[in-house]
Design a protein around this ligand. Structure first.
Ligand code: SF4
Length: 117
């Protein structure tokens, strides 16, 4: 019998591989981005995370880039200061994308605006 998928592996499959422009299949980042780290602590959300879509667009599911709930995730992210083009004001928006972890968080809020993370 195979082992059940861990929350970290679920996030890697759905948020990183499924939604992140920067995903590298052979590189595991630990800690991961702010979004992944927040969601790792929420196994209660595994069922809804398993339904995360993988649209071709790179957007935040109609949430604003400066939505305070998303800014809070980025504020706590290890990559924000040195390693995130999306939150780097020097980088043109057309040349970068929000990471998969932040997009996963945005999708969850788009499904349930009352969600607390
Ligand atoms: S968009 Fe950048 S700062 Fe925000 S969670 Fe992703 S990697 Fe971190």
């Amino acid at each position: 019998m195979s082992n059940p998928e861990t929350q970290a592996d679920l996030l890697r499959r759905k948020a990183c591989a499924g939604l992140c422009r920067y995903y590298k299949p052979h590189k595991r980042e630990d800690p991961g981005c702010g979004g992944v780290e927040v969601l790792k602590l929420r196994p209660d959300l595994a069922e809804i995370l398993a339904a995360l879509p993988s649209p071709d667009s790179d957007g935040l599911f109609d949430l604003a880039e400066d939505d305070p709930r998303l800014l809070a995730v980025c504020q706590a992210c290890e990559f924000r200061i040195d390693g995130c083009d999306f939150r780097d004001p020097e980088v043109e928006r057309s040349e970068c994308s929000p990471c998969g972890g932040l997009r996963a968080v945005a999708w969850l809020y788009s499904q349930d605006p009352e969600l607390k993370l």
